[in-house]
Write a protein that binds this ligand. Structure first.
Ligand SMILES: [Zn+2]
Length: 422
């Protein structure tokens, strides 16, 4: 079975070229031809603006520049239909105010772009005031030589590496390689909690079946932090529970800056039926049933929803078609609503029952999702997709830190759920 799909690499490479702007000759810049046909005859100045995406997670296609407006759009690659992920760096624009105008729909989220002025280490939302339709404006300070803009706050393999480095691999935290990705990358996985002797419970966490859904990864960090924390809850987890975490089911997509959602020929989260075409999904299907040994109580598959609007600006669980599992989702939801203390507030009433909105049988016609597959494993009580918005969750701002705090709340809810309901 094919494990990779071709995509227009040429476009990716082409965008790395320098885009010169003749500040004093805007007419010349205005006629700059399309980037795909222009690698050598772009007018050069002493201070050329450069749009790049040649770093992990990068994604952009440059169209043209007219005076101080840069026209560009997200690179859909092998996505079926429209999606909204992009992530680029603007260089050599210090002191200028530029408008970035998107040319394929409106892929700007409800808090505007995420911005990083330190090579992608730290990010903040620019805010909706910067946005007008499918465009945002940014004033580069005199010392901002390289600024990154992204649809959402990214989370790459290096971010997981930094996180993992804060937890010394030891008795309660072990990294291993799940498998090799289609492009040859070692796909990391972690076992966390009670790793020696038999745990009473096991929990599976997965994230990034859809490459661009980065905020979900910060929530996973929060869960792991709690399990490893020097608290009563942490000690209880380490005495009773083993967690298996797969932080990047589509690692290639995450690192290459793919959309990942609705990927052709098959979405990673529909690959749990018949022969899986992705090695990561094959490895999960091989590993988890053996590893769980009848003690798998919960499987939580972390996602981010659509870009904006109803169901996309609240945290919610995707209701299972199985009434027994739906009941457990409601139980965990009620606990979570009660015990949460973080800035992002979840409401059990926001859960999306099966049969409502997009959560219908038709949505799963092209294959089986991870949570449905896990829900069929022997002994499991709860299996759920959990959607964490990119930017706005029930009128609270989603950031790396608030999403982590939500993950800590989720771990706290699981503590009560396992202790009181299992
Ligand atoms: Zn998703």
């Amino acid at each position: 079975m094919p494990t990779t799909t071709p995509r227009p690499r040429a476009v990716l490479f082409a965008l790395i070229l320098t885009l010169a702007i003749a500040r004093l000759a805007p007419g010349l810049a205005a006629t700059a031809p399309d980037i795909e046909t222009t690698t050598t005859n772009v007018p050069q100045t002493a201070d050329p603006l450069k749009i790049t995406a040649d770093y992990p997670g990068g994604n952009i296609i440059y169209d043209k520049i007219e005076e101080n407006t840069v026209f560009l759009h997200q690179d859909l690659r092998d996505t079926a239909g429209w999606w909204f992920y992009w992530n680029f760096q603007a260089e050599n624009a210090a002191g200028r105010t530029l408008t970035f105008q998107f040319t394929d729909g409106n892929p700007i989220g409800v808090l505007g772009p995420a911005v990083s002025t330190d090579h992608g280490q730290n990010w903040h939302w620019l805010g909706p005031k910067s946005v007008s339709g499918p465009a945002f404006r940014y004033s580069f300070s005199q010392n901002e030589q390289k600024v990154r803009f992204s649809f959402a706050i990214p989370y790459q393999l290096a971010d997981f590496g930094r996180f993992a480095a804060t937890h010394t691999p030891a008795d309660h935290f072990r990294l291993f390689t799940l498998c090799e990705s289609p492009k040859g990358r070692p796909v990391p996985a972690a076992r966390i909690g009670k790793l020696t002797g038999d745990p009473k419970h096991r929990i599976l966490f997965t994230a990034r079946h859809h490459a661009c859904e980065s905020l979900a990864s910060y929530a996973l960090e929060g869960v792991i932090d709690t399990v490893l924390s020097d608290t009563d809850h942490g000690r209880w987890f380490r005495d009773k529970v083993e967690i298996l975490a797969i932080p990047f089911v589509d690692l290639d997509g995450v690192e290459d800056g793919d959309q990942g959602k609705n990927r052709k020929p098959r979405d990673h989260n529909r690959d749990y039926l018949g022969d899986s075409i992705y090695p990561e999904v094959r490895a999960i299907r091989d590993l988890v049933p053996n590893w769980s040994d009848g003690k798998l109580r919960a499987a939580i598959d972390l996602h981010c929803p659509w870009i904006r609007g109803e169901y996309n600006e609240v945290i919610y669980m995707v209701g299972s078609a199985n009434p027994e599992i739906w009941k457990q989702q409601c139980v965990l939801g009620e606990i979570l609503e009660k015990v949460q203390t973080g800035p992002l507030t979840y409401r059990a009433s926001d859960n999306l029952p099966f049969g409502k909105a997009w959560n219908t049988g038709a949505n799963y016609a092209s294959g089986k999702s991870c949570s449905r597959w896990a829900g069929e494993l022997p002994g499991i009580a709860l299996s759920t997709g959990l959607e964490i918005p990119y930017a706005n969750a029930n009128n609270k701002t989603v950031t790396a830190e608030t999403a982590r705090a939500f993950g800590r709340d989720l771990a706290l809810a699981l503590y009560h759920y396992l202790k009181e309901k299992m």
